[in-house]
Write a protein that binds this ligand. Structure first.
Ligand SMILES: NC(=O)c1ccc[n+]([C@@H]2O[C@H](COP(=O)([O-])OP(=O)(O)OC[C@H]3O[C@@H](n4cnc5c(N)ncnc54)[C@H](OP(=O)(O)O)[C@@H]3O)[C@@H](O)[C@H]2O)c1
Ligand SMILES: C[C@@H]1O[C@H](OP(=O)(O)OP(=O)(O)OC[C@H]2O[C@@H](n3cnc4c(=O)[nH]c(N)nc43)[C@H](O)[C@@H]2O)[C@@H](O)[C@H](O)[C@@H]1O
Length: 319
């Protein structure tokens, strides 16, 4: 990939998009383009068409989406289905019509069936029903994967889909209603520590297992996909290792230094019991993760402490 190529990163201010922006800038890519959702609403087809005509990007990285944790997905099924389809349809179709040769689509490990064998191989897609708490988001993501696969097959263009496992890191969403589990736990344990080590309420049973990847490693996988023509249409991105939610809570409690009790709220959903990725395809090609979970949590907590005031303005709401 030419370092002067014009690369449009959709969602460049989000957790993943901003990490990709940092990684590409560090590698010397000098012609990156980004727009906030206020400047360019990707749900609006005409705005997207006009943007492509004016900016003429050569490569598109789609890190824009309506994203949230288990409760947000469960409570707002229509928005998670429709907004994600609108955003990705507009980006993919405009890219095809603008003659863009390379498009990187980001999905999620929740596209795989709820009770698929573990670890999840790419070929398990569409072999059994989805997890109900996030089937709406998953169906939108599956249509994105299939659109890119269709373009690959029919037009012979390098449109590829990467399926990240649960991600965390700098610029994550720390809002307790809409966030994923890891940033929620960091914030909850931090605030409880400041509050005389008050007890912390966590959701579900603590028994589900999850795999976590540090966002800078995710960005490296995107850079890999940008710089190499991947031979297949779909690749899992993760560590290949998972832990229980209870073990995650104990790790974060230790990093934060909280000494109080943990209560498990069984009225909240557990979600899928396990979604461990088989990451052998990317490993065979030459990409693998580098940040161990505890190191990543420590880095994220340091970042959280440094940025807590600005995070509060932008993303946090009262509990
Ligand atoms: N977080 C995870 O655990 C995780 C796991 C697996 C896969 N992924 C995937 O990774 C990608 C990025 O996720 P993330 O965690 O970085 O999410 P994020 O931090 O919420 O960022 C999403 C970005 O999308 C942009 N966006 C949303 N709606 C838009 C619209 N209508 N028009 C224009 N831009 C819009 C937002 O722009 P503004 O900031 O300008 O509003 C934001 O920068 C998504 O495809 C997601 O499905 C994430
Ligand atoms: C990566 C994303 O993962 C999402 O699934 P999923 O891992 O269950 O989403 P999370 O919200 O990260 O929740 C993972 C697990 O952590 C538990 N958990 C415990 N305490 C908390 C808490 O305070 N906040 C949150 N959020 N969870 C908590 C939650 O019940 C669930 O079993 C999908 O809904 C999306 O579609 C997407 O795929």
């Amino acid at each position: 990939m030419n370092k002067a190529s014009k690369i449009y990163i959709a969602g460049h201010r989000g957790m993943v998009g901003s990490a990709v922006w940092r990684a590409l800038t560090k590698k010397g890519y000098s012609n990156l383009v980004g727009r906030t959702s206020k400047e360019l609403d990707l749900k609006n087809q005409q705005q997207v068409i006009d943007f492509f005509e004016k900016e003429k990007p050569e490569v598109v990285i789609d890190a824009a989406a309506k994203v949230g944790g288990i409760l947000a997905n469960n409570d707002f099924p229509y928005q998670f289905l429709m907004e994600n389809m609108q955003i990705q349809n507009n980006l993919i179709d405009s890219s095809l019509k603008a003659g863009i040769e390379k498009f990187i689509f980001l999905g999620s490990s929740c596209i795989y069936p709820k009770f698929a064998p573990q670890p999840l191989k790419e070929e398990y897609l569409l072999t059994d029903p989805l997890e109900p708490t996030n089937e709406w988001y998953a169906i939108a993501k599956i249509t994105g994967v299939k659109s890119c696969q269709a373009i690959r097959n029919q037009f012979n263009k390098d449109y590829v889909s990467l399926m990240p496992t649960n991600l965390y890191g700098y610029f994550d969403n720390f809002d307790l209603k809409s966030s994923h589990v890891l940033p929620a736990m960091l914030r909850k344990f931090h605030e409880a520590k400041l509050n005389d080590n008050a007890s912390v309420n966590l959701w579900g049973s603590g028994t589900p297992m999850r795999e976590f990847l540090f966002v800078d490693d995710m960005a490296e996988a995107v850079v890999y996909a940008l710089e190499n023509k991947l031979p297949e249409y779909l690749y899992n991105i993760g560590t290949g290792k998972d832990i229980t939610i209870k073990e995650l809570a104990e790790t974060i409690q230790e990093v934060v230094g909280h000494k109080g009790l943990i209560n498990w709220d069984s009225t909240k959903p557990d979600g899928t019991p396990r979604k461990l990725m088989d990451v052998s395809k990317m490993k065979e090609l030459g990409w693998q993760y580098s940040t161990e979970l505890e190191d990543g949590i420590e880095k994220t907590y340091k970042w959280f402490l440094k940025n807590i005031d600005s995070i509060k303005e932008v993303k946090l709401e009262a509990n």
